[in-house]
Design a protein around this ligand. Structure first.
Ligand code: F6R
Length: 608
């Protein structure tokens, strides 16, 4: 989604801003821009459609030494991707960048047009710039104009702006769209994502909703919407340069697939104890009595986070008999007349902690008095702050748009939560033994799979990259990973891929099988093996181009069989999923796709 950067200090702003925008590229965008101002309020505005490198090339011929500026990467919502619609928007005295959506912009535009404002773009953001400019004509400070404007708008925003009337100030504000401020001696850095601040400072302030910050070389002063002073809490940024660099990998996606043994270890670290077969999650903030009373677990998320919830739900069902699990797609749930039974705990799953639909569900569930726990990666994110407690998955920065290491750790974190509930309910240590042991083994098993299958998968990917359609099939615990595998292939491979439960094939999708399709079949050697195998045979009989991912030694007839050696039983689908991640990655590479920033996608979906 859109990204914001800003700088006020004593260094050249243009280079700092463009460097920051490059760090935000992973979030997905279609145009970019920067506006800077010198001490005499002379401004330079550069905008371009396409990549930040194009903006950078323009900056080569329009270099400035200005020490104040704002920048933006735009992911189009209102109006096509174009230079005209790119931010910063300049209206009168104001230069502004905006993330989010102003819902009542048409009404405001109409009102402003009556006061002779002429709009050059199709965006809601330009209307906000015009509104602030308009109000600023009658206010004594820019802060007053900004608070006035923000009280008039309906919607979500993260904004940074400056006025040519004051060359020593940038104003920022947020509601429903993240903003972080980095503080250094005589400098303030602004960003919508911590990765743009790394290397500049590790002292940061996370803005809360409805807070406004006035930034100058002396630091930042926070206010509420009534312009009353608010105290700021300075925190240490836990993100280093290494985490946001490729470190020898061709793509972040591959790096993050390979990081999974380590990232999963950090999710599990200090939380599971194989000697006592027990789990302890510090951040859950629930007593044993409260855990014992849980009868329903509702798991809410979008995309991969939703599938992670579904996957973990399948596991939890196996070791608890008095808990009902439901997994919900946040974008659907938020508008449904859903019912929440008593004794429900909601798990809000989000890598970024900023996904708009997931956040909206959290807010609705909290309004209804439901206990909400976060399964979040981004420390300090909105969801992490608004939940009643939770589990950070601690996978480090996930830069690639396609989520991989977060999935694995989300499943582990939710499963651990389930184990902790079962423990509180008096499940025997023996009953939990297999799950705790397998969680403990999982990082090493993933390591082995990465080492042993990568070359084979790369070869298969080259061969199957020619297909335009795919079916991912699995039964029972293989079903969620069939859905997740199909999602990965869609997003990075640009191949139409369907995830299906094996038993559903005969109810429709088997009609799809022909030479334009290939099939990925997850076949675990467990008590359902015979049933799953017969679905595979039915597919083969219809000419399937099947790639079977399996842990069995038994004879299998299929075009390709990828055999995985693993000590795991229950958690086997988690290692199958890693093979499926590799397959999607290598197919995307073979097709020459933009692996880390797939077309039309954004890393963090902060608008509906
Ligand atoms: C898929 C993917 C998305 C995200 C979804 C939720 O690879 O990355 O489907 O999983 O947008 O994002 P978070 O977890 O940040 O809420």
């Amino acid at each position: 989604m859109c990204g914001i950067v800003g700088y006020i200090g004593h260094k050249e702003a243009q280079q700092i801003l463009i460097g920051g925008l490059k760090r935000l590229e992973y979030r997905g965008y279609d145009s970019a821009g920067v506006a800077t101002m010198d001490k005499n309020a002379k401004t330079t505005l550069l905008r371009s459609k396409g990549k930040v490198t194009e903006l950078e090339a323009r900056a080569q011929t329009h270099k400035t030494k200005d020490t104040v500026g704002i920048g933006h990467t735009r992911w189009a919502t209102h109006g096509e991707p174009s230079k005209r619609n790119a931010h910063p928007h300049h209206v009168g005295d104001i230069y502004l960048v905006h993330n989010g959506i102003i819902e009542n912009y048409q009404d405001l535009k109409h009102m402003l047009a009556k006061h002779d404002y002429i709009f050059k773009s199709d965006t809601d953001s330009e209307v906000l710039a015009a509104l602030i400019d308009y109000l600023n004509k009658d206010t004594s400070t820019l802060l007053e104009a900004v608070t006035g404007a923000l009280k008039m708008v309906v919607g979500a925003y993260g904004i940074a702006l400056f006025s040519v009337k004051d060359p020593n100030e940038i104003i920022i504000a947020r509601k429903g769209s993240p903003l972080i401020v980095g503080i250094a001696e005589g400098e303030v850095f602004i960003a919508s994502d911590a990765s743009a601040l790394v290397g500049h400072t590790d002292r940061v302030i996370y803005l809360h909703d409805s807070e406004i910050g006035v930034c100058s070389r002396e630091g930042i002063q926070l206010y509420d919407l009534d312009a009353q002073v608010v105290d700021a809490e300075v925190e240490k940024l836990e993100l280093d340069l290494q985490a946001i660099q490729k470190e020898g990998f061709d793509h972040f996606l591959l790096k993050e697939i390979y990081e999974q043994p380590a990232s999963l270890r950090s999710t599990l670290s200090g939380r599971i104890n194989v000697k006592t077969n027990s789990v302890k999650l510090g951040g859950v903030n629930m007593s044993d009595d409260e855990l014992r009373d849980i009868r329903n677990i509702m798991i809410v998320g979008c995309g991969t986070a939703y599938y992670a919830g579904m996957m973990a739900g399948y596991f939890i069902e196996q070791f608890t008999d008095d808990i009902t699990i439901r997994s919900e797609v946040a974008s659907e749930l938020r508008y449904r007349s859903f019912h929440v039974p008593d004794n429900t705990v909601a798990l809000i799953v989000s890598q970024s902690g900023e996904t708009a639909d997931t956040l909206a569900c959290l807010q609705e569930l909290k309004r209804r008095g439901v206990k909400c726990l976060g399964i979040v990666n981004a420390v300090g994110s909105t969801i992490a702050r608004e939940v009643d407690g939770g589990v950070y998955v601690h996978v480090g920065a996930e830069i690639s748009v396609a989520s991989t290491k977060a999935f694995t750790s989300q499943v582990a974190a939710i499963t651990m939560f389930g184990l902790m509930v079962a423990q509180a309910k008096g499940a025997s240590v023996k009953a939990l033994n297999t799950y705790v042991k397998e969680l403990y083994l999982l990082p090493g098993e993933i390591e082995a799979v990465l080492e042993n299958t990568s070359t084979e998968i790369k070869k298969i990917a080259k061969e199957y990259a020619r297909f335009e359609h795919a079916l991912y099939v699995g039964r029972d615990t293989q079903f969620p990973i069939a859905l997740e595998g199909a999602l990965k292939l869609k997003e990075v491979g640009y191949i139409q891929a369907e995830g299906y439960a094996a038993g559903e094939l005969k109810h429709g999708p088997i009609a799809l099988i022909d030479d334009r399709f290939f099939e990925v079949y997850f076949l675990q050697d467990n008590w359902l093996y015979e049933k799953s195998q017969s679905n595979l045979i039915e597919m083969n009989a219809r000419g399937a181009h099947a790639v079977v991912i399996t842990n069995t030694d038994k004879r299998i007839s299929a075009e390709k069989v990828v055999r995985i050696k693993t000590k795991l039983e229950i958690l086997t689908p988690m290692v199958f999923n890693v093979v499926s991640q590799l397959l999607a990655y290598y197919i995307a590479v073979a097709r020459g796709n933009d692996v880390d920033q797939p077309r039309n996608l954004a890393k963090s979906v902060t608008v509906e």
